[in-house]
Design a protein around this ligand. Structure first.
Ligand SMILES: [Fe+2]
Length: 502
């Protein structure tokens, strides 16, 4: 009985997405974009790939600086990459089919391979020669009926090796398993037979013991996933959300809790598939933070913070007084979703939302919350992976702080390390020719300090018209990259990634 209920609830969630994208699309964005990219070279990583250019490989990237012998492993990234078929271009950056990038680092060499995730959706659309199913921001006419969440799954948000599998992750459906050896797609993961297509979100957290925690939402329901270090399902608890139907993108864990920001975002289904106010914060609604007990998610507390859109958390931990501390990046409006991410597809760089790093202190006894905000436009908070769910002082962030002309303010041009205790920052500016992607912290083998680490991240360099993999020393960020690997091509700008040591 439970099996059938879960499957039906998952389908109910997709029904909402399908309904929400029924409005009429606006054509001509492919032409808009082609004209814009000729004027603004920083738009190149948003052009996207096709079925042929979605397969890239280079066995030996051009190396500069000194790649340390101690850094060995596989660095993955994922992001939307295929935006056009049969002359039709998606309207929203989030709509594109996912492409996973793999950099293999070691033995004095760095190689790259990139492949589109061959989801059921991508394969059907490749056969048809056109888009078939509606996406978050684009309505597609005349497609087949939606059979479940994975009919829409573009697997475009994150890539993570765990339990011997490489997972390409998306917010609204299954994780897709890929072969780490060649990035070939193995198929959607069913953690248990009765849990097929139940959403497994894109921001799982792997704790210090190798246990993976994740969430998924479908309709009013929320599932909390617990996967052991071998990649086997321990538990999938199903509960209800205190703000059903909103966006739930990221989550945090402490030793005892799962912590989920619930921004008051609604999709306005009466608005066209692109255009102002399709995505908006609901007036008068707060940012809720749901804190659930890992052992029984029905034991929960809901905190209320000032209204804002939150995509990403940094970390959470519990202090000796029992308070839960959560770091996250939030903006006071939904302009990123509603304007920036739409503009990128049409070739317009629009003003950024005021994305700030914030620290919430949640008093589990009283239900009161306090909030502290740091100055500066940032996104993509990452931390020492060994301290996930534990006290940690430093966050690595993508950042923009210089008024370089023509960028619209929203493209990141640097990286920043933030001391969340003292407020101190260290920065490196890649310059006005750069579009900076998420950088992650990779601990140096045998060292324990949070800054005994490298920062690893990709940047689109408009001067080279190429993507560059950068390595920086976290203890000397202001010195810039200690090593670089230059690709002989550019990659679509991605969202998130992770490193697996070898
Ligand atoms: Fe994300």
């Amino acid at each position: 009985m439970m099996q059938r209920r879960l499957a039906l609830q998952a389908l109910a969630g997709v029904g909402a997405v399908s309904l929400a994208t029924r409005a009429t699309a606006r054509p001509a964005e492919a032409a808009d974009f082609a004209a814009a990219i000729a004027e603004q070279p920083l738009l190149a990583p948003f052009k996207g790939v096709d079925d042929a250019t979605g397969e890239r490989a280079c066995a030996a990237l051009q190396l500069q600086g000194r790649w340390p012998a101690a850094l060995r492993g596989r660095f993955y990234r994922n992001g939307p990459a295929l935006f056009e078929r049969a002359g039709q271009r998606y309207h929203h950056w989030f709509d594109g089919d996912g492409m996973v990038q793999q950099f293999v680092i070691g033995d004095g060499a760095v190689s790259h391979r990139g492949r589109l995730v061959r989801t059921a959706k991508l394969q059907a659309e490749q056969r048809a020669g056109r888009f078939l199913v509606s996406a978050l921001g684009t309505h597609i006419e005349g497609g087949p009926p939606i059979s479940g969440p994975d009919a829409l799954n573009v697997a475009n948000t994150n890539a993570l090796e765990h339990g011997g599998r490489l997972l390409a992750l998306w917010e609204g459906g299954s994780a897709y398993a890929l072969d780490p050896a060649d990035l070939s797609t193995q198929g959607p993961v069913a953690w248990r037979k009765d849990l097929q297509q139940v959403p497994f979100s894109a921001h799982p957290k792997v704790d210090a013991n190798g246990h993976l925690w994740n969430i998924g939402t479908f309709g009013p329901r929320m599932v909390v996933w617990h996967i052991d270090p071998q990649g086997q399902l321990v538990d999938a608890q199903v509960g209800t959300s205190p703000f059903p139907g909103g966006m739930v993108h990221d989550m945090a864990v402490t030793e005892r809790h799962v912590v989920v920001p619930l921004p008051p975002l609604r999709l306005n289904i009466d608005q066209p598939s692109v255009g102002p106010r399709r995505f908006a914060l609901v007036p008068g609604e707060p940012l809720r933070v749901l804190v659930m007990d890992k052992s029984d998610i029905r034991r929960q507390r809901v905190f209320e913070l000032p209204p804002q859109l939150v995509f990403h958390v940094g970390n959470a931990h519990t202090s000796a007084d029992g308070h839960v501390h959560l770091s996250f990046v939030g903006a006071p409006d939904a302009r990123f979703l509603d304007e920036q991410a739409v503009g990128l597809m049409a070739g317009h760089l629009r003003p950024a939302s005021d994305n700030r790093l914030q620290m919430a202190e949640l008093d589990m006894a009283s239900g009161r919350a306090t909030l502290r905000a740091f100055d500066g436009l940032v996104e993509f908070p990452r931390m020492d992976p060994r301290r996930i769910g534990l006290p940690a002082r430093w966050l690595a962030l993508g950042a923009a702080w210089k008024p370089y002309p023509g960028r619209g303010g929203g493209l990141l041009h640097g990286v920043q390390l933030q001391d969340t205790v003292s407020g101190r920052t260290a920065r490196w500016d890649y310059g006005e020719h750069a579009v900076v992607e998420e950088h992650i912290l990779v601990p140096k083998p045998g060292r324990d300090g949070e800054l005994d680490a490298w920062l690893l991240g990709t940047v689109y360099d408009a001067r080279r018209q190429a993507t560059v993999l950068n390595l920086l020393d976290a203890a000397h960020l202001e010195d810039g990259p200690v090593a670089q690997a230059v690709l002989p091509y550019s990659l679509p700008l991605g969202f998130h990634g992770n490193f697996t040591p070898s």
